[in-house]
Design a protein around this ligand. Sequence first.
Ligand code: AP5
Ligand code: MG
Length: 190
Amino acid sequence: MKYYILFGPPGAGKGTQATAMTEKYNLRHISTGELLRKEIAAGSELGKKAKSLIDAGSLVPDEIVEGMIESEFRTVRDVAGFLLDGFPRNTAQARDLDAILAKTGEEVTGVVSLMIPDETIKERIRHRATIEGREDDAREETINNRIVTYHDKTEPLIGYYKDSGKYNEIDGLGTIDEVRSKIFDLMDRF
Ligand code: AP5
Ligand code: MG
């Protein structure tokens, strides 16, 4: 199995680009954010635990998202690989992902990182708020805290994956089509 990480700050276009990537490369898209929002909508215990943290723009506990990821790995079979969107989100999750994959003698195939400046993050999330109605897009304070959480907890992963030679960065500015074509060029070289 291939294991691709689609990396980037909030609003970078991960979800937007994931659809075309999964179709072209026969991958299963796993967005931990989307899985958590489904749990919240279903009113599950896990969803109740996650809701206040997501609304605050903080990360939910590692074991919650890691459990969801591992269960997808173990149950999904009819694909060439997985496209991880929003996971890992800190170095502990990256190490745990390596350990989960090592159990079956596998490893991360490559990281595709979409980079945009903080100002663009805000513009895109404010725009999406008018369309999708995500609760964590509704308040300026939540958006700001997601950006702080990204720089503080998630950005260090760039160094982690550079060290293993798996990090590849793409400029996330430009039209959706332009970014997609750069992603495809990169994916074709993996
Ligand atoms: P998550 O759902 O992962 O949110 P996020 O990382 O903040 O990322 P977004 O979904 O906001 O951005 P995106 O990159 O997918 O952008 P999109 O394509 O929609 O996580 C939510 C929360 O869940 C977290 O805050 C945390 O609490 C929790 N969580 C999730 N995973 C976790 C983990 N592993 N550990 C702990 N907690 C976790 O694009 C944004 C907008 O821009 C859209 O409107 C789109 O149409 C537009 N757009 C996209 N590309 C372009 C372009 N090229 N030009 C113009 N507009 C564009
Ligand atoms: Mg998303």
